[in-house]
Design a protein around this ligand. Structure first.
Ligand code: ADP
Ligand code: MG
Length: 287
């Protein structure tokens, strides 16, 4: 790190860069004591302890009229699950992902990260949990242009402890895993879109997060590059890392263990295709 101050970035960007996210509005944390509803999901992974859990979570944006972006969502993500989140634009996918990622507080309901209810925790405590447990791959990459690829990935490892040298070595290892061993010293403006997204994946997986959250990570990429990115993400997330991907791509969704479909802020269906297929390169994209 160079010690430069990064200002004006979004909470997601700062979180992705391993920085503390503070000062977010905390809206009424009305915990209603609802029972943990079991999802109608069976099969491998469905029975283990959830790494991420939402219970009766709502998110309402103020306005006239207010927008109910998320309405009483119940969701349990188990270790190692690969989950696709689908739905039309405006259905609440990003809101769901931001709340799952603790980047935004819900209006009501409970969020547990590896079993820990985060509603009573301070922003600093939540940032620490986020840094340890969660990795982010968003469409806009959120890479810092003044750091090279190694620097960007190493920055995401700050919460992991260890010295700067260890972080750099881990970052180099992750970049080699995503096929960027020959681009270690390149800064984001010197990389292609697909390469930048691979740096973001390296950063998300290098810290061995419990869950990697990806919000339309292939939206800016051509379809073949996009399919490769998702295949890479699901391959290199270490065993036990859950992956939640918002995607418009039916081919990508079909390759996941589980599909969560959203409409108007509600989870419309939550299903597991019988046999996950493999992600085919060149799958057409609608986004
Ligand atoms: P998706 O990712 O599925 O396109 P979003 O989660 O981004 O949907 O948005 C869900 C709904 O919430 C939309 O109607 C959107 O306009 C609204 N919304 C999202 N963010 C805000 C915000 N910060 N303030 C007000 N309304 C918002
Ligand atoms: Mg969105």
């Amino acid at each position: 790190m160079t010690g430069r101050t990064v200002t004006g970035r979004t909470a997601a960007g700062r979180a992705a860069a391993g920085q503390a996210v503070t000062g977010q509005a905390v809206t009424g944390q009305a915990v209603t004591g609802q029972a943990v509803t079991g999802q109608a999901v069976t099969g491998p992974g469905g029975t283990s302890e959830p790494v991420l859990e939402l219970v009766g979570v709502t998110k309402t944006y103020p306005g006239s009229p207010p927008v109910s972006a998320l309405a009483s969502a119940d969701l349990r993500i188990s270790a190692g699950e690969r989950v696709a989140v689908l739905g039309p634009s405006g259905s609440g996918k990003s809101t769901l992902l931001h709340i799952l990622g603790t980047l935004d507080r819900p209006t009501s309901g409970v969020i547990r990260v590896t079993g820990r209810d985060i509603s009573a925790l301070s922003d600093a405590e939540v940032s620490a949990i986020r840094g340890h447990q969660l990795g982010f791959v968003f469409q806009q990459f959120f890479l810092l242009d003044h750091l090279d690829a190694v620097g960007n990935v190493a920055l995401g490892l700050l919460y992991r402890g260890g010295g700067a040298r260890q972080r750099r070595l881990a970052a180099i290892g992750a970049l080699e895993q995503v096929g960027l061993g020959h681009r270690l010293g390149h800064r984001p403006p010197e990389l292609s879109g697909g390469e930048r997204q691979r740096v973001a994946i390296a950063r998300a997986v290098a810290g061995q997060a419990s869950v990697v959250l990806a919000d339309e990570p292939t939206g800016n990429l051509d379809s073949a590059t996009g399919a490769g990115i998702i295949a890479l993400l699901t391959e290199i997330a270490s065993e036990g890392t859950a992956v939640v991907v918002v995607t418009h791509d039916a081919g990508i969704a079909a390759a996941m263990d589980r599909r969560v479909e959203m409409r108007d802020g509600r989870i419309l269906s939550d299903t597991r295709p019988c046999a996950p297929a493999t992600v085919a390169a060149g799958t057409p994209q609608r986004s």
